[in-house]
Design a protein around this ligand. Sequence first.
Ligand code: NAD
Ligand code: LMR
Length: 337
Amino acid sequence: MFSKLLKNVINQGARQYSSKKGLKVTVCGGSGGIGQPLSLLLKQSPLITDLSIYDIAPVTPGVVADLSHMDTNSNVTSHVGLDNLKDAVADTDVVIIPAGIPRKPGMTRDDLFNTNISIVCDIIKVIGQVSPHALVGIISNPVNSAVPAAAEILKKLNVYDPKRLFGVTTLDIVRSNRFIAELKGLNATDVNVPVIGGHSGPTIIPLISQCTPQVKFDHDVLVKLTKRIQEAGTEVVQAKAGAGSATLSMAFAGAKFTTSMCRAILGEPNVVECSFVESTVTDSPYFSTPVLIGKNGIEKNFGMGNLSDFEKDLLKAALPELASNIKKGADFGKNYK
Ligand code: NAD
Ligand code: LMR
């Protein structure tokens, strides 16, 4: 009933909005392993009327031609190369960034830093110059460093608004929900687990004690489940054996996140997502917790709630890695020209 009501509200919102101006969403890295299925999912959203695909890959006009034959109402546009990024992000409401290389077996997300952070910074600089009011979600790894790097660039441009910059950690929530549903025989779409901290190994902290519906696990099962959630990205990297990391589940999670941003901009109340954002919840200057999103970005940070002793230990273990990832990203952003 509630979801039917919500659907009506969204569709009504979309109708009202489309009579003025529709939402524009830009996917930076839109021709990649994540970018293509993410764009496929976003092309189906009635909330989006302009879908802008930016990439450096020559296949991009082909991806856009392909998408543009779908009989949904949004227009899709192709933008190839840094010179065309301004057009890609002009007047955009939401930018989602899966640009950059994925891990191979044996690599950590931090091993992607040297290649990916400058890719993200180049993109963020143009967003800051052209569309500083857009809500921006960074998928590219390492997320824990990319968000602070991006913040420093926006600060230098005098357009930094911490309410509008997000590290996308939605896949950690999606995985947690699914793994718990499997173990407990629940409907996966009914399960909701907050995941806090960051997006790499021990910085991923699932708060299973706060799962809805409530679930209980023996301690050894809880330890194994937590480890599986923390290492789920590596599980996919190993299974793909050198051909990349999670793309389809990430596209699904990225579409969830992007659609939430759109719903919030359109005025839907109570839009909550866990995301890696500037934070005062812990000593870590960036930290993922559930946040309430409104028309202008984050309206409220819900914090961590009560942690179990097990989760308090996970938090303690996460903070040093988070601090070092964040410092590395922020230093890069400060020195970026
Ligand atoms: P991919 O290599 O398949 O696609 C990346 C795309 O980025 C390609 O189309 C490439 O042409 C494009 N690109 C590269 N440099 C660019 C630039 N300078 N400007 C614009 N586009 C550029 O990789 P993928 O599997 O889609 O993964 C992308 C990123 O997402 C990786 O860094 C990966 O680690 C990360 N990731 C994050 C999460 C998460 O939960 N946050 C989950 C999965 C993957
Ligand atoms: C994930 O969690 O799947 C992504 O961060 C990609 C990776 O490298 O694990």
